[in-house]
Design a protein around this ligand. Structure first.
Ligand SMILES: Cc1cc2nc3c(=O)[nH]c(=O)nc-3n(C[C@H](O)[C@H](O)[C@H](O)COP(=O)(O)OP(=O)(O)OC[C@H]3O[C@@H](n4cnc5c(N)ncnc54)[C@H](O)[C@@H]3O)c2cc1C
Length: 334
């Protein structure tokens, strides 16, 4: 077990890591320029993965069982799973509770950017650690006073702009609406505002925020003495934008390796083998994303419109984790 770890970034991955290591007596020093975690997000997590321990650290804003997919305005899927598939969580509360736990367990949290230090050093800066050509801007609004079913999400693909809008419930008469596009990404702000007025009509915008997300992940878990975790390591699903589960899972695996091993080499080997399934899942998601990206808009729209229902079921349930599952999704009926 290592006795001292410094972490740059206290978002999802960094906070999980700081909490897990400090609970076992590791001396943790962690840096983040933002004392309040303000990163905008859809805040959707698959129920099957989010344990009761994590549930105790947050509030559930909505429980999602119905998924609608549109391609350029046309509905291609309307799936009612009849059970909760996603929680929409309070991500800020989740991070803040993890940070508080870490602090109570003796971690030192410093509100500045920080820099590599002696000993084991972890980069958990999320997409801010990836190079700028690997990320795109993403924009979202929180809109209050709208008629929107509290259990339904809508994903609408824009085939020309190679991206999608989302409308997620975020409490009673509140929605989280946003988008991200690989083509002409800088138009995202205007596009999301236009889309919100088109889909929601009237409503009061109570929060607007922009951030970035990794669409061409640079996969790395160790460079020099620096370990990478979460989106900084490339653990994100480019075809869906899902990054909370990968950030938590990779942080759990890294903390386990740091607690079980004591040399950089053995920590690396332990961490690398335990995140292999996650890496494969992210690579598969990236391949799907690239297949879409490099098609002409018409072909992209046709492909998205013809995907089988099982594909979407797996897409939303976060169970498209291997080529085998992808393959069978094309031959299974539901
Ligand atoms: C608009 C939007 C919607 C999304 N919706 C979803 C969703 O619904 N479901 C889902 O699963 N994923 C979603 N994602 C992706 C998800 O938010 C991220 O993948 C996830 O938060 C990554 O966790 P992380 O800990 O790796 O990084 P982050 O949570 O991004 O944390 C990085 C931390 O590093 C800090 N930092 C930045 N620069 C420095 C520095 N120089 N020094 C120190 N610290 C620094 C930041 O302040 C931040 O606290 C969304 C992303 C965006 C942008």
């Amino acid at each position: 077990m290592v006795d001292k770890v410094s972490i740059q970034g206290l978002g999802i991955a960094g906070s999980v890591l700081a909490e897990k290591l400090s609970s076992k007596g590791v001396k943790v020093k962690a840096y983040d320029p933002q004392k309040e975690y303000v990163k905008p997000c859809g805040e959707a997590v698959p129920v099957s993965f989010f344990s009761n321990d994590y549930l105790r650290l947050t509030d559930i804003k909505s429980r999602v069982n119905r998924f609608m997919v549109k391609v350029d305005g046309k509905t291609v899927v309307d799936w009612d799973a009849k059970k909760t598939i996603w929680f929409i969580i309070d991500k800020k509360k989740f991070v803040s509770n993890l940070r508080e736990r870490a602090l109570a367990q003796g971690a030192e949290l410093i509100w500045s950017t920080g820099k590599p230090e002696k000993g084991v050093y972890v980069d958990a800066r999320g997409p801010f650690s990836q190079e700028s050509d690997k990320t795109i801007p993403v924009y979202r609004l929180i809109v209050r006073g709208v008629e929107w079913d509290e259990n339904t999400v809508l994903i609408e693909f824009d085939s020309r702009k190679a991206g999608f809008y989302w409308v997620f419930p975020a409490g009673e008469k509140i929605v989280n609406i946003g988008g991200g596009f690989a083509r002409e990404p800088k138009k995202v702000v205007k596009m999301v505002h236009n889309y919100a007025s088109h889909v929601l009509g009237k409503g009061e915008i109570i929060n607007k925020a922009a951030s970035i997300i990794t669409i061409h992940p640079k996969y790395r878990i160790l460079e020099g003495r620096t370990f990478y975790v979460g989106e900084a390591a490339g653990f994100v699903m480019p075809s869906t934008g899902e990054g909370i589960r990968p950030a938590i899972l990779s942080a759990e695996k890294l903390s386990q390796a740091l607690l079980e091993e004591d040399s950089i080499h053995s920590i690396y080997r332990n961490y690398a083998s335990s995140v292999k399934p996650l890496l494969m899942e992210s690579r598969l998601s990236y391949t799907l994303f690239r297949v879409m990206l490099y098609k002409k808009p018409d072909a992209r729209a046709r492909l998205l419109s013809s995907l089988p229902r099982v594909f979407w079921k797996r897409y939303f349930s976060a169970t498209l984790s291997s080529w085998k599952e992808l393959f069978f999704s094309f031959f299974t009926q539901i």
